[in-house]
Ligand binder design. Sequence first.
Ligand code: 2AM
Length: 157
Amino acid sequence: MRLFFASWPPAAAAEALSRWAEGARQGCGGRATPRERIHLTLAFLGEADAHAAKRLAQAIRLPRCGFLLEQSRYWAHNRIVWVGPAETPPALAALAAALGERERFAAHVTLLRKARKPRALPALPALDWPVGEFTLVSSVPGPQGPTYEVLGRYALQ
Ligand code: 2AM
């Protein structure tokens, strides 16, 4: 199973980000992440055992954290537009590391895929993204993009 650990935004932030992505799309095309699929990946496990991932998640004892959406960027190498904090807060990086993220963790929320390089991106709404819990998610590829199934929810302290 293709698994990852993620944080979902508050509904109002997801709504605001979805509107922002529609605005950005006017300038650079691409496919916007549907509102209900907007998330921050904390650790990408790939093909992994769900039982082992659940055990790992249950053992986590880390404090609640969060971040501010402070920048929007375009990554040419994978043609995505993303938003995220100016710098990954250490508590968020610690959570990602505890959840098994092996790459250097750079908190980013993908909002457009297959986009062209934008001349400019719209101003970001000032948004706070609290991380009071995290989820274990299974991603199943499909013709309309992946379907995400939440396999577990885990509270931070
Ligand atoms: P992305 O949004 O930046 O593409 C489910 O696919 C989630 O896992 C997405 O958030 C995706 O990030 C991330 N993901 C997919 N493949 C990945 C990989 N090889 N390494 C890290 N993250 C990956």
